[in-house]
Write a protein of this length. Structure first.
Length: 368
């Protein structure tokens, strides 16, 4: 059969459907038996198998038996994507890749057993909606004209199957399911079977000093965003590690150790033993000497470098003791120098004002 003849035959089937009421009515064809799954998994790449037994009679020489599955949820209805096979006579439209079969009857009366593989990798399967389908059979004459009162049709519905998805996460963690952010905490969702996306955040902040950090899923996956294939009810659990913040206040001095730590880990913190004072005193060698690490008014350690078990958040403050030794020495030396200079100048001035005067000694001469 030529490509144009196939197109005409498909058009005839469309025309027949448009004039058909949703009940089985037939004169020369009959859909005797129809089998299909009660539900399907959304996004499943495996095709759905629909089988049928179609009887016909009064088929004259040159007639064709047309059988197809149409999407009655569309207007106008269209033959859905798929592949059709039949016995005893094979379909002649395999290259069309549609759930449609054209058979050339060898007898005036007979039965065809057909299988239609629909959905899956061929497309056409709806996402999260019922699939209202229509199986239609009719006879076409040798010149591709639909035989009056030869058609039969049966409506059937494929519904997406529902499963229960349980997601176990800490109370502070908000899961994103199929692109929609869910309320924080564990979830139990009734969803369509099939392919879904699940995402969790790497960090869930509890407050400024406590947070949760993603570690892994209990089934071994370590990615934040994952795809799950649901053909039955499933449970997935995300594991998070609690982290505490070590906050350090060193009054402008460089200190190390501040940051987030896993609960139960050891944090090392450090600061220099001394720091230059600011301003003039610092220029003169004044220093701040390390005195201790404090949490509030409580001394934690008097060692400039130490460790702490992070069993909770900590805020450590460095206390300093001013050391004025060098500035005092410098000031003392300068003061002494100034005093000596002033004393010298004063003595020199007095000596200049009152110089020592020694007169010439007169010689005595006697007259003769």
């Amino acid at each position: 059969m030529s490509r144009s003849s196939r197109i005409v035959a498909v058009f005839l089937l469309f025309t027949f459907l448009a004039s058909t009421v949703p009940i089985a009515r037939a004169q020369t064809t009959s859909i005797i038996d129809l089998h299909y799954p009660t539900s399907f998994a959304v996004g499943n790449l495996n095709p759905i198998s629909v089988t049928a037994t179609v009887g016909y009679r009064n088929a004259e020489r040159g007639y064709s038996l047309l059988i197809g599955i149409l999407n009655s949820g569309e207007t106008p209805a269209k033959i859905i994507p798929g592949i059709a096979t039949s016995t005893p006579d094979p379909c002649v439209n395999e290259p069309v890749l549609a759930a449609y079969c054209m058979v050339k009857p060898q007898n005036s009366t007979g039965v065809e057993h057909l299988e239609f593989k629909i959905g899956g990798i061929l497309g056409g399967s709806p996402s999260g909606k019922e699939w209202r389908l229509n199986m239609t059979a009719a006879l076409a004459s040798a010149n591709n004209t639909l035989v009056e009162n030869s058609g039969s049709t049966v409506l059937f519905t494929l519904a997406p199957s529902l499963v229960t998805l349980t997601l176990k996460v800490p109370e502070a963690v908000a899961v994103t399911f199929d692109g929609v952010r869910q309320p924080p905490g564990p979830l139990q969702l009734s969803v369509f079977a099939g392919t879904h996306s699940v995402s969790v955040p790497v960090i869930a902040q509890i407050d400024n000093t406590t947070r949760l950090k993603f570690d892994s899923w209990t089934d071994g996956f370590t990615v934040l965003n994952r795809t799950v294939e649901l053909d039955s009810s499933r449970t997935y659990e995300a594991v998070y590690a609690t982290q505490y913040r070590l906050t350090i206040t060193a009054q402008g001095a460089p200190a190390t150790g501040q940051g987030w730590y896993d609960a139960g880990s050891i944090a090392t913190f450090s600061v220099a033993d001394s720091e230059p004072m600011s301003g003039t005193l610092g220029m003169l060698g004044g220093k701040l000497r390390f005195q201790g690490w404090y949490e509030g008014s409580r001394l934690q350690t008097n060692s400039s470098t130490d460790m702490i078990l992070m069993d909770r958040p900590y805020t450590l403050t460095v206390r300093w003791v001013p050391d004025y030794t060098i500035p005092l020495i410098i000031i003392g030396v300068v003061a002494i120098v100034i005093i000596l200079v002033l004393a010298y100048l004063l003595i020199h001035r007095r000596a200049t004002k009152n110089p020592s005067r020694v007169g010439p000694v007169a010689s005595e001469t006697g007259g003769g």
